[in-house]
Design a protein around this ligand. Structure first.
Ligand code: GLU
Length: 304
């Protein structure tokens, strides 16, 4: 299929629609991003790659990193991970405290902030040097050794992370955080600051389209069954409280972040990463979602 032509077509169609989204502005590093950038990259499980526009430009992947840390924890502690976090859609905002109190410190799923913080706690127990090990893991998925944290973003996340500190303290009070809170939050704020391009993201997620094996290295990251489960979790919980809408319109498992990135996976076929910084009211990329909806409609390449 001529994906690049399709990308161009959809991009030009979307140019006529006003972008009513707004860039995340809770930290200066995100508020200052040029909001009109756009990139998309598709990688097939056979290794073919298709790019358009700013596909090589790195941006703040934010919550997309929650998939990497979840996979790393899941591959190590296996099903005991479900003693620490649930696996149901939250239906509340990603940083909500209300539900956590009600559920006695057990987050609804690993992709809301509370769940991702518990995963950081698990990694703090499991890994010798969590921040270095997480980075090496992501680098090994892509083969790109320059992927890194942005220390300024990590610091801004820390300075403004009042709700995240509230979440971790609440979970600690229920006994669901085992390590020192500052150490766990240092990992959490750093993973929010990772910068990658659409091309790198699309390649990094490819094992999820390939039954758990990185196609170009042959390395198995997850069993086929755990891969299926990770994709199922992204399908139901990957888009804040808009996962139903994303399923309905796009029809692929995926994960978004407030930097404006979205990665989606078509098992056995391809991964696609799109980046457009202006967000809709639910915190998902406004044009990114529209783009993917058009893409799976035109190509009929959704899982439904
Ligand atoms: N860094 C944000 C926070 O922890 C989350 C980012 C995101 O949802 O993409 O509040």
């Amino acid at each position: 299929m001529h994906y690049e032509t399709i990308f161009q077509e959809i991009y030009h169609e979307l140019q006529s629609i006003e972008n009513i989204g707004r860039v995340a502005d809770y930290i200066p590093e995100l508020a200052d991003v040029n909001p009109d950038q756009f990139g998309v990259h598709l990688t097939t499980v056979e290794g073919d790659e298709f790019s358009f526009a700013d596909a090589e430009k790195r941006f703040s992947i934010q919550s997309i990193a929650k998939v990497f840390t979840f996979v790393l924890a899941y591959s190590r502690v296996k099903s005991s991970i479900w003693d620490r976090t649930g696996l149901e859609p939250a239906g509340t905002p990603f940083n909500s405290l209300v539900q956590l109190e009600y559920d006695q410190g057990t987050p609804r799923n690993p992709f809301i902030n509370a769940g991702a913080i518990v995963i950081c706690d698990i990694l703090a127990s499991e890994l010798a040097s969590p921040k270095e090990n997480i980075l090496s893991f992501i680098r090994s998925l892509t083969g790109v050794n320059t992927i890194n944290y942005n220390p300024m973003v990590a610091l801004s996340e820390k300075k403004t992370g009042f709700r995240n500190h509230a979440l971790v303290n609440l979970m600690k009070s229920f006994g669901n955080i085992r390590n020192d809170i500052d150490m766990v939050m240092d990992i959490y704020f750093h993973i929010c600051s990772i910068e990658m391009s659409c091309r790198e993201l699309s390649k990094a997620f490819l094992f999820l389209a390939n039954n758990g094996v990185v196609p170009y290295s042959g390395e198995r990251i997850l069993s086929a069954s755990r891969t299926k489960r990770t994709n199922a979790l992204m399908q139901t919980c990957g888009f804040y409280d808009e996962a139903g809408e994303f399923s309905f319109k796009v029809g692929l498992p995926g994960k978004s972040g407030v930097g404006g990135g979205i990665v989606a996976v078509h098992p056995e076929k391809y991964t696609i990463a799109v980046w457009s910084p202006r967000l809709n009211k639910k915190g998902n990329s406004y044009k990114g979602m529209l783009f993917l909806e058009e893409f799976t409609t035109k190509t009929r390449l959704s899982i439904f």
